[in-house]
Design a protein around this ligand. Structure first.
Ligand code: FAD
Ligand code: SF4
Length: 462
């Protein structure tokens, strides 16, 4: 008999007062007993609506059925057939809009906690499994992967499993993309990403860091001089947007990407870090997405009073509800219907505040969301010494500018077909570089599709 309790097993968490002062993981994970109990809430529906909500179509009912029997390794093996990074996805996927949004248990109560179960199975495997990945027999073909985010890592892993000689070129000094430089430790411990990178290395994938393709080496050189038969571009969308308001060049204004990179990748919060960060008393974070929540929660952990400034109302906040809830629990203030008009500076060129106006919601715009309209005469000032702009990002134009035959859209995204083939033969692309800023699971899915297409392309040329 399934467990018909209407609500999910709650996720154990670090206490909000304590965690606001440390970078340790916030969500602590289910115990085995909680995992089995939660898995027993699944009805094993014949029509499997949850699977249709998963971008990579994980066989959710079957993995949950294994968990309900206490066979956690069996559950992991089912997930691993479709997902290359389950410990990552179990932590950061927006399940509430994907698989869990389709779960029938959500009609009269809460959906089955599919994400929490995925995380449990992956963590169980990573702690208990002893099997080493088998290095497949080499097939004699070479592929270059540019960028080591979820798209690049997945593509590299899938090709290596088919026997390809794969080299990943990464601009930063550490592999992992946004998983290491953007998403903070308290949501995704870096040791988990490192484990995935180590597994790839054991499969024979070579990772060359500090290699900015387009500067250190070009795609033409990789293909024509270094003998790579195909190239996959998974360079993400790391170019930050700014508002274009006065004062954005003052000292103390950061893009969210720079702010998070300094903290997550460069560990700027540790004494003696080579890449410091300004210790602020008050921080204003502009924006309402997940990136804004990450920046605000990092600033809080550095000891600042933090205000999130967002021009629409709470109902339109694009960040995950869970992240907003966690941010509020940690004492972060939200100023909704507020739009900055200028960053204010002192006479030494440092930020001293943010001038804002109040907004009200007007008619819906093209996205269906009601457009914010300025309230005349509503100017006011938020006192702060650091401003973080979290307004979205777009792909960096470096590769399209240095590679012949690579077309981009008006928004700067690479043009690629469903399988990842770009307009340049032998060059494939996927993830945020093609879609613009999206999600980990979509980037992973694109890397997987492109690996299949690359395999077909290389074989067709052999
Ligand atoms: P990326 O992860 O961006 O990786 C691209 C890599 O390419 C980087 O390592 C970069 O250094 C490298 N690179 C770029 N140019 C070059 C070059 N010329 N030569 C060599 N290397 C290069 N998604 C979720 O699903 N859930 C979340 O909770 C979530 N939170 C997020 C929080 C933040 C702060 C950010 C910024 C994003 C978040 N996302 C989240 C989005 C998600 O991380 C991205 O959609 C995903 O990482 C895209 O993967 P990717 O492989 O396409 O690119
Ligand atoms: Fe289980 Fe929900 Fe999927 Fe039905 S929809 S199989 S209850 S997870």
């Amino acid at each position: 008999m399934p467990n018909m309790r209407p609500d999910k097993n709650p996720m154990p968490h670090q206490d909000p007062q304590v965690r606001a002062g440390n970078f340790g993981e916030v969500a602590l994970g289910y115990t085995p007993e909680q995992a089995v109990d939660e898995a027993r809430r699944c009805l094993n529906c014949k029509h499997r609506p949850c699977v249709s909500g998963c971008p990579v179509r994980i066989n959710i009912p079957d993995f949950i059925a294994r968990m309900a029997q206490g066979d956690f390794e069996g559950a992991y093996q089912i997930i691993a057939q479709d997902s290359a990074l389950p410990a990552v996805c179990g932590r950061v996927c927006p399940q509430e809009n994907q698989c869990e949004a389709k779960c029938v248990r959500g009609v009269k109560g809460e959906a089955v906690a599919i994400g929490r179960l995925e995380r449990f199975a992956a963590d169980w495997h990573n702690t208990h499994a002893v099997d080493q990945p088998q290095s497949p027999a080499p097939n004699g073909h070479r592929v270059a992967v540019i960028g080591s985010g979820p798209a690049g890592l997945t593509c590299a892993g899938d090709l290596a499993k088919k026997g390809y000689d794969v080299t990943v070129f990464e601009a930063l000094h550490l592999a992992g993309g946004v998983l290491v430089y953007g998403i903070p430790e308290f949501r995704l411990p870096k040791s988990i990403v490192q484990q995935e990178v180590d597994t790839l290395k054991e499969l024979g994938v070579k990772i060359e860091t500090n290699m900015v393709v387009g500067r250190s080496v070009t795609i033409d050189e990789l293909k024509e001089e270094q003998g790579f038969e195909a190239v996959f571009i998974g360079t993400g969308a790391g170019l930050p947007k700014f508002m274009g308001i006065p004062g954005e060049n003052l000292k103390g204004v950061y893009s969210a990407n720079e702010f998070l990179t300094r903290i997550n990748l460069m560990k700027a919060y540790q004494d003696g870090s080579d890449t410091p960060i300004q210790r602020a008393r008050r921080v204003a974070v502009v924006g309402g997405g997940n990136v804004a929540m990450d920046a605000a929660r990092c600033a809080k952990r550095l000891g600042a009073e933090v205000t999130v400034v967002y021009r629409r109302s709470e109902a339109e906040l694009p960040a995950r509800v869970e992240e907003v809830h966690h941010a509020k629990q940690e004492g972060i203030e939200f100023r909704m219907l507020t739009n900055p008009t200028a960053v204010l500076g002192d006479d030494k060129g440092w930020v001293r505040g943010l001038n804002c106006v109040e907004m009200e919601l007007g008619e819906p715009d093209a996205s269906g969301r009601r457009s914010p309209v300025e309230k005349p005469g509503s100017d006011f000032e938020i006192e702060c010494d650091v401003v973080v702009m979290a307004l979205g990002t777009s792909p960096n134009p470096l590769l399209s500018a240095t590679t012949s035959g690579l077309e981009t859209t008006r928004r700067g995204c690479l043009v690629a077909d469903e399988e990842g083939a770009t307009t340049r033969p032998g060059v494939f692309a996927g993830g945020d570089a093609v879609t613009g800023a999206a999600t980990v699971i979509l980037a992973m899915g694109a890397g997987r599709k492109a690996a299949r297409a690359i395999d077909a392309y290389v074989r067709s040329k052999a």
